[in-house]
Design a protein around this ligand. Structure first.
Ligand SMILES: [Zn+2]
Length: 403
């Protein structure tokens, strides 16, 4: 297990959740007083995260493996060097397409997708892997797992963003096929479910779909506004009338992977799915003045990022942090100012700093059992990039469309 280091005080906390909880140990200490994280520290954390992803890609192949990434670990001295810990559970391999897409998006966020830039080869190999997974009907990868739609949606977003930044014809062809598959999979006038047109729209699936289609629209592909309106209508259908947020769940929604987690793990109940839906509302073309978006933001801002693992509480949740960060950035300067400080302190302070794991994040939070260290690291980098990755993609999208 990798120790988590609080950089601001140089104090190593005891261990990640599994160790503490399995041992039934005492709660970890409260983190020491935090200092402001500098822009340079944030840039360094992003660079170190990308470096870790670069060192753990499968070559040849261009895939990041949720379960097998440690085969790429640097072992110079077997007595001293240990491989990175925290692979995903065995089911995690079914999400390799999705976590590969997240890793690719992290490189795209720094515009590292050419041969002459840092890590460009890794990004291009990752894009090549995703492209090769697109079938003639636009489906990406295996459809055997219950939750394969997440792979489809995240990989489609990555391919659309890759096309925006690289303008490669073969990426455009693959991305268009994948987008068409998503359009055809929508429940008419509503959201998306785990299977195409299954009549059971799901909030988090719909959120990822709207994010992917937003990228498709930026790429100049034909995505009718009625499709976005349908997705928003789907959110409304999923919202109980008494709910104060976009969706009612206060537990993060999908709990399927809990059967693979330590049942005693006390993940804090967060408005994770509302955060996803909030950002998706913006992706669907709504403004920050939208009443549902504002209501969700008002709820989310109460749970700012925090790295804490005790036997009673674990608020670590990369999924929540990714979507909530995107939503807060879109909410405007006052909300963003309040959110970004704890986000930066938490992520910069919890990044691993030594051994082969340097630059990665321990996958201590909810859903990490399925995505492992690759997922945690890609999501953390994406959250840290938020303030400039939107601007970058938008700038290149406008250029692509001749605006
Ligand atoms: Zn390693």
């Amino acid at each position: 297990m990798q120790n988590v280091r609080w950089k601001w005080a140089g104090v190593a906390l005891a261990a990640v959740a599994a160790v503490i909880l399995a041992a039934g140990g005492a709660p970890t200490k409260k983190p020491p007083k935090k200092k402001k994280t500098s822009g340079q520290e944030i840039d360094n954390a992003i660079a170190a995260g990308l470096d870790w992803l670069h060192r753990h890609i499968e070559k040849p192949g261009g895939r990041w493996s949720a379960t097998g990434f440690s085969k790429k670990c640097e072992i110079k001295d077997e007595k001293k060097d240990k491989p990175c810990s925290n692979a995903a559970n065995m089911q995690g391999g079914q999400y390799d397409t999705g976590i590969t897409a997240l890793a690719v998006m992290a490189f795209l966020g720094n515009n590292y997708c050419r041969m002459d830039v840092p890590y460009g080869m890794s990004a291009l190999q990752g894009i090549g892997h995703l492209k090769g997974r697109v079938g003639n009907n636009g489906a990406i990868g295996s459809q055997s797992d219950e939750k394969w739609m997440y792979n489809q949606l995240i990989a489609t977003q990555a391919l659309c963003e890759a096309y925006i930044l690289t303008r490669t014809d073969s990426v455009e062809i693959a991305a268009k096929k994948a987008v068409k598959f998503i359009l055809d999979a929508q429940n008419p006038g509503s959201g998306w479910g785990y299977k195409p047109k299954d009549g059971k729209p799901n909030t988090s699936v719909t959120a990822w779909a709207l994010c992917a289609l937003h990228a498709a629209k930026q790429a100049g592909f034909n995505v009718p506004w009625a499709v976005f309106r349908g997705g928003l209508a789907g959110f409304a259908q999923m919202r109980p009338p008494t709910s104060g947020v976009i969706v009612s769940t206060a537990t993060g929604g999908d709990r399927t992977n809990r059967k693979n987690d330590d049942p005693k793990t006390p993940f804090r109940k967060l408005h994770t799915v509302s955060a996803a839906a909030a950002y998706a509302v913006i992706c669907a073309g709504k403004k920050k003045s939208d009443s549902k978006f504002k209501r969700a933001v008002g709820i989310i801002i109460r749970d700012t990022p925090e790295w804490l693992v005790t036997k009673e509480d674990c608020p670590i949740n990369f999924y929540y942090w990714y979507f909530a960060t995107n939503a807060m950035y879109r909410a405007g300067s006052s909300k963003w100012k309040k959110w970004k400080k704890p986000l930066h302190e938490t992520l910069v302070g919890s990044q691993c700093t030594s051994g082969c794991a340097r630059g990665s994040w321990d996958p201590a939070g909810e859903w990490c059992s399925a995505g492992g260290r690759v997922y945690a690291t890609a999501m953390a980098v994406l959250a840290l990039q938020t303030s400039y990755r939107h601007t970058l993609i938008e700038k290149y999208a406008k250029r692509l469309q001749g605006k």
